[in-house]
Design a protein around this ligand. Sequence first.
Ligand SMILES: NC(=O)c1ccc[n+]([C@@H]2O[C@H](COP(=O)([O-])OP(=O)(O)OC[C@H]3O[C@@H](n4cnc5c(N)ncnc54)[C@H](OP(=O)(O)O)[C@@H]3O)[C@@H](O)[C@H]2O)c1
Length: 354
Amino acid sequence: MCDAQRMNDVRWAVMGTGRIAAGVLKHIREAEGCVVTCAASRTTDRARAFADEHGVPEACTYDELGNRDDVDAVYITLPNHLHVPWSCRLMEEGKHVLCEKPLTPWESEAERVAEAATKTGRIFQEGFMYMHHPQTPRLVDIAQMGEVAGSHIGALQFIRGFHCMDLRVPHAWTRFSHAMEGGAIMDLGCYPFGFARLLTGEEPEEIRAVARWAPPHEGEALSVDGEAAVSMRFPSGVLFAGGCSMESASGVYLKLTGSWGSVWTGWPYGPDPQRAVLHIERAATHPQGPGSSEEVIEQGGERFTNQFRDMAGAIRGEVSPTPTLAWTIGQAAMIERIHRQIGLEFTPPDHCGT
Ligand SMILES: NC(=O)c1ccc[n+]([C@@H]2O[C@H](COP(=O)([O-])OP(=O)(O)OC[C@H]3O[C@@H](n4cnc5c(N)ncnc54)[C@H](OP(=O)(O)O)[C@@H]3O)[C@@H](O)[C@H]2O)c1
């Protein structure tokens, strides 16, 4: 399983040894221009064990990562409260960073990461893998076409977006921790709420949100949101309604409705790599008359593999990072506003001093 390195490959370290790190490793290896050279954990023993289990050549602690000359870029898969400090520190130490979502619930912290990227000249990407499957730019096209020939939906008016998944399982305990900046909005809502920003290309001018609290995580006094319902209005007048839950049966859905039709998918964040299907519903007002059809995106690729391929391209200066730093700052700003609406306050950040 050892990665054969080619010249100009981006040499990745995976930081953290949880489920996402283990699951995504093979997709990094499958990504063009990428090789995995190192695994990092809080302890040397755990790093070594993870590296041996997954065929990664080198292992080290988090603190040692920045000094390694066999690592160009770090994939941060730590709990949420560690995302910003480690992103800043690693960029200061010369590494490019792909940090798992959500980067942070604070706009000012996202700005600090953007400043660190600009100052150091390192590439930073927030890990929203769905943006790297062609279904996503296609949905953005559909959303922004307006009433022109060939448009499925006409002028976009309404977006519905949900991400619900039962995370009351032992391995997902960090999502219930207030100290670790958990909660359904952070873990799941960040997808549909952020998708609405992507589809409109705008920031919400008005946000309303309500939540139901999860029981506090063992040993903690404060709770996070177990479920939340969110509505937003964008400057163009487009409305969003949706929600997220980490305490209910699964339910994932994205639907765009316009002046003459709708398009929806049950796989907005995990489209099929071989055959992603968009369902089109034409209203009576549609120029072609009412009806339904499908649009199929063939061979769009595996979203995580695409994400690492694209990040490697950004590091080589061939493409721009996706999402942009500006989008990531806007995302944090939106999450901060939603949290304020529901009355969720995390411990203020202690700045980049990890
Ligand atoms: N894009 C996606 O589809 C996706 C899917 C799942 C998760 N995620 C994101 O990935 C991140 C990690 O999620 P995860 O489910 O893999 O794992 P997790 O349980 O949140 O923790 C991941 C790793 O962080 C390290 N860690 C450092 N400090 C820790 C602490 N105080 N307590 C516990 N662990 C600590 C541990 O590795 P060591 O013991 O080796 O240090 C642990 O295995 C989250 O931000 C999550 O939102 C994204």
